[in-house]
Write a protein that binds this ligand. Structure first.
Ligand code: HEC
Length: 147
């Protein structure tokens, strides 16, 4: 191999590293987060929120018992309108204040005793990874105007 190629090679490697670091915020994810997150989703969330994150039918309509069905976690739902931190708090504590009025009754379980913070982060990372770029852009814009 010719010597002058080496600096170029390492330069390209460094550039690739930089690019993937930038890509992280633009929707590229750690493979282990996604695999684990998807497995957790299937085990713990899919039975209510749907295997394809589609939610329950008529999820905006309260049931006769007054409780709401599980909303979708895909782009058609409202999850993307929350920050990652808000979603994590809902998954850990359930629909309690400040995420719901005091005394609010919901089928959404609190997973704080069952899942570690890392597992919560991973399942949410998996959910977020399924959203198209325009939803990520709208989400970013939403929180830019609110903060
Ligand atoms: C037993 C059914 C059930 C299971 C299991 C369940 N959820 Fe839910 N979830 C709900 C319901 C119902 C709601 C809507 C609550 C309401 O508004 O009253 C909800 C709401 C949510 C919300 C708030 C969405 C929003 O837009 O406000 C998040 C986030 C959420 N669930 C995440 C999860 C995750 C992640 C899992 C798995 C770890 C999970 N849920 C498992 C029933 C469930």
């Amino acid at each position: 191999m010719k010597l002058p190629e080496r600096p170029l090679f390492w330069g390209l490697l460094a550039a690739a590293g930089l690019l993937s670091a930038c890509g992280q915020s633009a929707g590229k994810y750690n493979a282990i987060d996604l695999l684990e997150g998807e497995a957790i989703y299937k085990a713990e969330c899919a039975r209510c929120h749907g295997a394809k994150l589609e939610g329950e039918p008529n999820w905006r309509q309260p049931r006769p018992d007054g409780k709401l069905p599980a909303p979708p976690h895909d782009a058609s739902g409202t999850s993307w309108r929350h920050t990652h931190e808000e979603l994590a708090a809902i998954v850990k504590h359930g629909m309690v204040p400040p995420h719901a009025p005091a005394g609010y009754v919901s089928d959404m379980p609190a997973f704080g005793r069952k899942m570690t913070a890392e597992q919560v982060r991973r399942v949410l990372t998996y959910i977020e990874s399924t959203w198209p770029p325009e939803i990520h852009a709208q989400r970013a814009a939403l929180f830019k105007t609110q903060r």
